[in-house]
Ligand binder design. Structure first.
Ligand code: BGP
Length: 460
């Protein structure tokens, strides 16, 4: 083997509740913002496909977990749907949801697959959104209570917990760039949402650590997009540094170091964008950093200095400080321009090693979304050699980072099976397993067989 990974390396994939469970109006589940948004604006979703049925994991979890086993998973990341477990977001637990998640967790463990459980993957219960969502401090408290309930119900069997998946994305989508509900564009509200999410995460970490579970770990999953300046000239360097502050360090620093970067605070202060804080918050952040970090990596951010200064009378936006540019080269999808840059994963890991105490980490999402993947169907199987190459090339850089001392413990592909995605619906297919949207029939892609070999050999 050319690329041998450390003993006990975590091989698996990641999913999220809203994207795979379906049964959105079944089993006592309450509504979340995605159910609601689809109801009021169905044509925001590709081909008008909503989250109500998705891949039907709710009914087919046994079959799916057996497939995970078959393709060599020793770990698997899922999320709990808050509005399924506690419809309405606070108050009574839904017993049908407890049964469902117990069944899933037990089935995973029986198949020697360790469950990694995430508490929040973009799916705010609708009632709480109507109270202001993450802008509301009461919602932060409701989240902490939900987290405590989840630890109490499943913590005897789950020892890897995550407070949030990509908390910057609802900030960007819901409050800056209009691709998540409640689709407002207001940087000050965005800053409040980001801040409250960071506080909520620290509260969940605190609650978990107070349970005194010595063997369990709690972390956060961040989509880190390394920011590369166009040149070494000071204006480009500054632009890139500020993009990094807004989109990476705004969550990475409080979660791992327990504090915000001073330069970010200075910029927000200067422009009147500081969120409302409560006494004791900064101490809370400082005292409750995560044990483990999940890194989602898809693409880098290419940044250059602004060419035209923004109109000072226009509302504040992060883009006041930088422009993006496109790097010619390979793209993930012929229809969409996500750049493929495998070395990004190495740069992220080395940054964690050098500047974040070499925190225990893993790649919690990395994958390739491809439109119209049936083009590659041959002899009843999707021949996704492009995905094999994509994963392999990222793994080589991850391997190198590990050789150089970074503390990365695993690799989770996005995603286990083709799933419904936030407004993209079933447009981009990412899975090891393809799903027929009509019949829900599953079949392994070529990459699934390849991954099984990699996992069984602990390398390739
Ligand atoms: C990540 C999310 C996932 C998933 C993935 C692919 O940001 O954590 O939930 O959706 O991106 O993105 P998309 O489905 O939009 O192509």
């Amino acid at each position: 083997l050319e690329y041998k990974f450390p003993e006990g390396f975590w091989w698996g994939s990641a999913t999220s509740a809203t994207q795979i469970e379906g049964a959105a109006n079944e089993g006592g589940k309450g509504k979340n913002i995605w159910d609601h948004w689809y109801e009021i604006e169905p044509n925001r979703f590709f081909n008008n496909v909503g989250p109500e049925s998705t891949s039907d994991f709710y009914h087919r979890y046994k079959e799916d977990i057996h497939l995970m086993k078959e393709i060599g998973h020793n770990t698997y990341r899922m999320s709990i749907s808050w509005s399924r477990l506690i419809p309405g977001g606070r108050g009574k637990v839904n017993p049908e949801a407890v049964t469902f998640y117990n069944n899933v967790i037990n089935e995973l463990i029986e198949n020697d697959i360790e469950p990694f459980v995430n508490l929040y993957h973009f799916d705010m219960p609708l009632e709480l959104q109507n109270e202001g969502g993450w802008e509301s401090r009461e919602v932060v408290e409701a989240y902490a209570a939900y987290a405590k309930e989840a630890f109490r119900l499943f913590g005897d069997r789950v020892s890897k917990w995550f407070t949030f998946n990509e908390p910057i994305v609802p900030v960007e989508g819901g409050y800056l760039y209009d691709f998540h509900y409640p689709n407002v564009v207001d940087a000050k509200r965005a800053a409040q949402v980001a801040y409250h999410t960071a506080i909520a995460s620290a509260k969940a970490v605190k609650v978990y650590h107070e349970l005194d579970k010595t063997d369990g770990k709690i972390g956060i999953i961040l989509n880190l997009t390394p920011s590369y300046p166009r040149s070494e000239n000071p204006a480009d360097l500054r632009a890139s540094r500020i993009a990094d502050l807004f989109f990476n360090r705004s969550f990475l620093d409080p979660a791992v170091l327990g504090e915000y970067p001073q330069e970010l605070i200075d910029i927000l202060t200067e422009h009147g964008q500081l969120p409302v804080m409560q006494k004791g918050d900064l101490e809370l952040l400082k005292a409750n950093t995560v044990d483990i970090l999940g890194v989602n990596y898809y693409q880098p951010r290419r940044v250059k200095a602004k060419e035209n200064l923004p109109n000072p009378y226009s509302p504040f936006m992060p883009e006041w400080f930088f422009d993006h540019y496109e790097m010619p080269g390979r793209k993930m999808n012929i229809y969409r321009g996500w750049e493929i840059y495998e070395k990004g994963i190495y740069d992220i890991m080395m940054n964690l090693k050098e500047n974040y105490g070499n925190i225990e980490s893993f790649v919690s999402e990395n994958g390739m979304g491809v439109q119209d993947e049936d083009r590659f169907l041959k002899d009843g199987q999707i021949q996704d050699d492009y995905r094999i190459e994509f994963i392999g090339e990222h793994l080589k850089w991850l391997h190198r980072a590990i050789q150089e001392g970074c503390n990365a413990k695993g690799y989770h592909m996005w995603t286990f099976m083709d799933n419904w995605s936030w407004s993209n619906a079933y447009k981009n297919r990412y899975g090891f397993v393809s799903v027929d949207v009509e019949t829900k029939e599953r079949s392994l892609k070529k990459s699934a067989h390849w991954f099984k070999e990699v996992s069984n050999n602990n390398g390739f």
